[in-house]
Design a protein around this ligand. Structure first.
Ligand code: IMP
Length: 207
């Protein structure tokens, strides 16, 4: 299965490839940027996918991904603003939570995939955790140096990229997407009359 991700974020590409090793995933490389003014992650993921649809070949499968961090003590902020919240998001987060005992946070990832034909597929992943008192570790990206997943004592940046490929919000969304694609493929196969051309979509390559 070949999927074009409408993003310029190499970190997201690396993590989606690691989570879905059987897939061929590439950045679309559109000439302009999609609008990101939605109130929810899924709105922006869909906006990216629709933008990608306009710039990609008609037969391509397009993915839009939107993700970010929600912090309980900040009323869920920065949320959809995570990428634009501050020049240094980690420093701002540590400053805003200075002296705060409630350090709960969650990562959210939404994926919207547009097949060449048929309805969109959507998948979500979340990772619960808390914000550390100081930045630690060097892998991952964004808020990973201060995000400690629930049940862990290390930050995501310390746990590393191999850990993310298995457990992150993005890995969970990717696995849910793979499941949705399998279900779609199965449904289309089941509803195809015997003797007609039967294989559609990503499941076809697995047969
Ligand atoms: P987007 O490109 O608008 O989806 O912005 C995503 C932003 O959320 C990133 O720039 C990071 O600041 C943050 N973010 C999303 N996923 C992660 C992650 O896996 N680790 C750390 N920060 C993340």
């Amino acid at each position: 299965m070949r999927l074009l991700l409408d993003s310029r974020n190499e970190n997201k590409l690396r993590e989606l490839r690691a989570a879905l090793p059987a897939w061929e995933i590439a950045l679309l490389g559109a000439p302009d940027e999609p609008l990101e003014d939605g109130e929810a992650f899924v709105d922006n993921a869909r906006s990216k996918a629709l933008h990608g649809r306009r710039h990609a070949p008609a037969e391509a499968w397009i993915a839009g991904e939107d993700s970010g961090i929600e912090v309980a003590a900040l009323g869920g902020r920065p949320g959809v603003e995570s990428a634009r919240w501050a020049a240094d998001g980690v420093a701002r987060l540590l400053a805003e939570l200075d002296g705060e005992s409630d350090r709960r946070a969650r990562y959210v990832c939404e994926l919207v995939v547009l097949p060449p034909e048929g309805a969109e597929l959507r998948a979500t992943g979340t990772l619960e955790g808390e914000i550390a008192l100081a930045a630690r570790g060097s892998e991952g990206f964004g808020y990973d140096p201060v995000f400690v997943p629930m049940g862990e004592s290390h930050t995501v940046a310390e746990l590393g990229n191999a850990w993310k490929a298995e457990h992150s919000h993005r890995a969970q969304a990717a696995r849910a997407l793979a499941e949705a694609l399998r279900a779609r493929s199965q449904t289309r196969w089941d509803s195809t009359p015997p003797g007609s051309v039967g294989c559609h979509g990503p499941g076809a390559s697995a047969r």
